[in-house]
Design a protein around this ligand. Sequence first.
Ligand SMILES: [Zn+2]
Length: 80
Amino acid sequence: MLNPISVEKFADMVMENNKGYRKKDLLRDLRNTLEEKKNGAKCMVCGAPIWAAGSAITGTNLCFTCTTGEADDSEDYEIE
Ligand SMILES: [Zn+2]
């Protein structure tokens, strides 16, 4: 299970680990993608519900496994 995290906290985490993001843009992308997920957005590859946190960063609607190539999502986060 992905660990739930607020959009704000996730944005701070991304900005700590990556240079070049503007928080305002990041928050907008995260909220938009989360909204898409709530509206039933599906992974382009396998049709599972998208991983909103990752899809917002990559700009592509993918589930956790298709984004990372890993099945174990217990050490990662999902925005809510
Ligand atoms: Zn997938």
